[in-house]
Design a protein around this ligand. Structure first.
Ligand SMILES: N[C@@H](CCC(=O)N[C@@H](CS)C(=O)NCC(=O)O)C(=O)O
Length: 251
């Protein structure tokens, strides 16, 4: 198998974490999607990475399709439960983590546009998605070490990749100050072999974080009430904080 991916793509990182957890051999083909006619286009009409190409040449794209496929090709280190409800819950964690990434990637793209072409409303919309996703993750995680069950699952691969992406690309989003249970989770997993081996090189960090604008949290009745403007680093005022006594440092 071959994986077309960049060293910085957080979706690719999730897939690479899964490959390592499942002890699957796969050749990484570094692919820069910003280059016109890059290699990913041969296998994915959407021109996105990651793309997994099987030994018989079949391309598999969208990271969630890849992770599900990889989990079924070998019983080693199952990461997605078989039963309908637990399976849905793990995949739901992956969906929220991927959705956070989608918003982050859109913010990075927006920050690359000339300033006078940026939409502040669009920027705020994306920040608010990230903030609500973090809040939901924090609420759902509670004081547990794993997103689902008692062992490492696809949910942890996805959430870890999303949190470490924020550290790498959005130091202006101060999630570590607001969600001690997510910090505990990140501390717990950052030295796991699969995360250590897939860390993006520091040399590829952005010189400037895409700190464009502030986060605006749309009120549920946004049509009637003007939404409150608060900094991107502040969680929604009405959302409850998880009851975390003290984040234990384990690893
Ligand atoms: N839903 C896709 C998203 C993948 C994605 O957006 N990848 C980015 C790199 S982080 C990309 O290839 N962007 C290029 C583009 O959108 O043209 C997945 O989960 O695989």
């Amino acid at each position: 198998m071959k994986l077309f991916a960049s060293h910085t793509s957080p979706y690719a990182r999730k897939v690479r974490v899964v490959l390592i957890e499942k002890r699957l051999e796969c050749e990484l083909i570094p692919t820069d999607v910003s280059v016109p006619n890059n290699a990913s286009l041969e296998f994915n009409p959407l021109g996105k990475v990651p793309v997994l190409v099987l030994d018989d040449g079949t391309p598999v794209h969208d990271s969630a399709v890849i992770t599900e496929y990889l989990d079924t090709v070998t019983p080693v280190g199952r990461l997605i439960p078989d039963d309908a409800r637990p399976r849905m819950l793990v995949k739901r964690w992956e969906a929220i983590a991927d959705g956070l990434l989608d918003a982050g990637v859109l913010l990075i793209m927006e920050s690359r546009r000339p300033e006078n072409e940026r939409s502040q409303a669009w920027i705020e919309r994306q920040y608010s998605k990230i903030q609500r996703a973090l809040q939901q993750m924090s609420n759902d995680l509670g004081e547990r070490n794993f997103c689902f069950g008692e062992t490492f699952s696809l949910a942890d691969a996805a959430v870890g990749s999303a949190l470490f992406f924020l550290d790498f690309r959005f130091p202006n989003i101060l999630w570590r100050e607001h969600y001690p249970n997510l910090v505990h989770f990140a501390d717990k997993h950052q030295h796991r072999k699969s995360f250590e081996e897939t860390q993006p090189p520091a040399s590829l960090a952005l010189a400037q974080p895409p700190a464009i604008g502030v986060g605006k949290f749309p009120n549920e009745k946004a049509d009637e009430v003007e939404p409150e403007i608060i900094p991107a680093s502040t969680p929604p005022a009405r959302a409850k904080k998880p009851a975390v006594k003290k984040a234990k440092k384990t690893s």
